[in-house]
Ligand binder design. Structure first.
Ligand code: ATP
Length: 543
């Protein structure tokens, strides 16, 4: 088959720039063409059909921005790299936000330019390959609320189970890793149940300190405690006749566990600070990603409550165990996010991008997938999502020697010893024997799975890849990264989050307090980075 040499078009009135660029791009085996005016540039795009355009922001007669718009009208898939006199120029930032591929500042750094053009050529090539997952306007999914997406046998089983229990007045325990859709199951049970015209309320047991949780659930009387300046009606009372979703039920204190047990047995309770017994009629749907059986054995969760909650259990599979649902979920999430982020031009994913997303193990499950979809849409500069627009975690996963760097955190050389080899530490360190021997791509080590604490003793810190931010930067520089600022910040943030979650024994409220950010933000970051609390940072013994 005849291969066509791609053309790179340079539109710049400074001829020395054309010369420099031609020289810089020599190793790429491309045809470099140069024009000095906008008019000639548009003409050349029509006739030469370049694969990449390098465009000077300041042109005589017409601004580079205006020309850029016209180029996009001619060919939306054509990557356009701006050449600017000033790296911090507002127009350059504006250009990126309007969909330019990238921008470079004068004086040109030729090696960097070569890398960038080579990436842009690849992007162009991939954008020309037929779309594997199309995102179309016909797909109105999500307009009327959340859709429960899934066609895999495991999900069909979940749907059937919901159908079986929805109309029964039984307590349901929904289990599954974070982000697998436990709340969605609870809402579906409610919607298809006989109480669908009555209230549905949700309480996250991990989000509130113990006393607040108690009063959130059961209410309190005025003066019940120092800050109780008025009576408060709790969720069990407000939700009378309806359905209450108790999320992260494994995080309740023994006191609250006792009160919830009584409520389940008798449908009766007292507000905090009152002796009056109140009757209620609430259907409970509880959820957890904690190993409740183990917690019962360890005396951390009441056995009687466990049996009460566990009448019917619906277990949600992690996304990595139903990869066949990934294209469908991507299609749904892209269609939805495209509308929300007002990116109507995005048509879909290239096959290579889809393959990478299918190979990724999604430790943060569907919540992480949604976050990745948004990141792609924010990053993409053309109508097709190609690998270049995927978050670094997904690209790095592919690059990992053993394909298992699901949660990459770099360990600075001065990592406290307690993280690595102190068996009494709260650190969720995977036995180092399980770490890939050569896992230090860019000085990054996969974060541990499971907490077999005895194993951590066997492996000294010396066995960890000696890695630090310096090494990361060096490696990424050599790899020609053009997104190093974001990459380095992401690595640092991931490390910080994971370390603090280890120290707080996966207690997100405590982690939020240590970090000085909201719990919502902690939760958000956990999902975005795919930090698996259960496997990575809890101190529960391995199951
Ligand atoms: N099968 C699915 N189809 C479409 N969207 C889904 C599906 N499952 C989950 N989602 C979406 O993923 C996000 C996370 O789901 P949800 O909050 O129900 O997970 P969770 O298991 O309750 O998480 P956590 O344990 O962290 O509270 C939500 O935006 C939800 O709408």
């Amino acid at each position: 088959m005849k291969t066509v040499t791609p053309t790179v078009l340079v539109i710049d009135d400074d001829r020395t720039i054309l010369l420099q660029i031609s020289r810089a791009l020599e190793p790429l085996n491309v045809q470099v063409e140069g024009v000095t005016t906008a008019q000639a540039g548009l003409e050349a795009i029509r006739t030469l059909k370049p694969s990449v355009v390098l465009l000077d922001l300041v042109l005589p007669q017409i601004s580079g921005m205006e020309l850029f718009q016209r180029i996009k009208d001619l060919d939306r898939r054509l990557p356009v790299i701006f050449i600017t006199a000033d790296a911090a120029s507002e127009s350059a930032i504006g250009a990126i936000s309007m969909g330019a591929y990238d921008y470079v500042a004068k004086p040109l750094h030729l090696a960097q330019l070569q890398q960038l053009v080579s990436k842009a050529l690849e992007t162009r090539r991939l954008m020309s390959v037929p779309v594997a997952v199309s995102v179309t306007d016909d797909d109105k999914a999500g307009d009327q609320g959340d859709f429960f997406v899934g066609r895999s046998p495991r999900m069909l089983e979940v749907f059937k189970e919901i159908g079986r229990v929805a109309q029964q007045n039984v307590t349901v325990l929904v289990r599954g890793e974070s982000g697998t859709g436990k709340e969605l199951v609870a809402r579906a049970i409610y919607q298809f149940g006989s109480r669908s015209t009555r209230p549905f309320m949700a309480v996250n047991c991990a989000a509130l300190p113990d006393t607040l949780l108690e009063s959130e659930l059961f209410g309190h009387e005025k003066g019940a405690f120092t800050s109780a300046d008025r009576r408060r009606i709790g969720k069990f009372e407000q939700c009378n006749g309806g359905t209450l979703f108790l999320d992260e039920v494994g995080d309740m204190s023994p006191l609250t566990q006792g009160k919830v047990l009584r409520l389940l047995q008798e449908q009766r309770f007292e507000r905090v600070g009152s002796n009056d017994t109140i009757e209620t009629n609430v259907r409970l749907v509880a959820a957890t990603n904690r190993p409740l059986e183990q917690m019962v054995q360890d005396g951390r969760f009441r056995a009687d409550l466990f049996y009460r909650l566990n009448v019917v259990t619906i277990s949600l599979p992690p996304l990595r165990e139903r990869v066949e649902d990934i294209p469908l979920l991507l299609k749904y999430s892209f269609s939805r996010a495209r509308r929300e982020l007002d990116k109507p031009d995005v048509e879909g994913l290239s096959p290579d991008a889809l393959a990478l997303l299918m190979a990724y193990p999604w430790p943060g499950n569907i919540r992480e997938l949604q976050s990745v979809v948004r990141q792609c849409l924010l990053k993409c500069t053309g109508p097709v999502i190609v690998p270049d627009f995927l978050p670094v975690a997904i690209l790095d996963y592919k690059a990992a020697p053993h394909g298992e760097a699901t949660n990459r955190v770099f360990f600075p050389e001065n990592t406290p010893a307690s993280i690595n080899n102190d068996p009494s530490s709260t650190a969720g360190v995977r036995p180092l024997s399980q770490l890939p021997e050569d896992s230090s791509i860019a000085g990054v080590a996969p974060i541990p799975h499971g907490i077999p604490q005895t194993h951590t003793q066997a492996s000294g810190m010396s066995e960890l890849p000696s890695s630090d931010i310096g090494q990361l930067i060096e490696a990424r520089l050599q790899a020609g990264s053009t997104n190093l600022y974001a990459e380095a910040l992401e690595m640092m943030e991931k490390y910080l989050l994971t370390r603090v979650l280890q120290a707080s024994q996966a207690n997100q409220s405590k982690a939020a307090e240590i970090l000085g950010i909201t719990r919502g933000k902690v939760r958000d970051r956990i999902a975005a980075f795919g930090i698996n609390l259960d496997k990575n940072v809890s101190i529960d013994p391995p199951r």
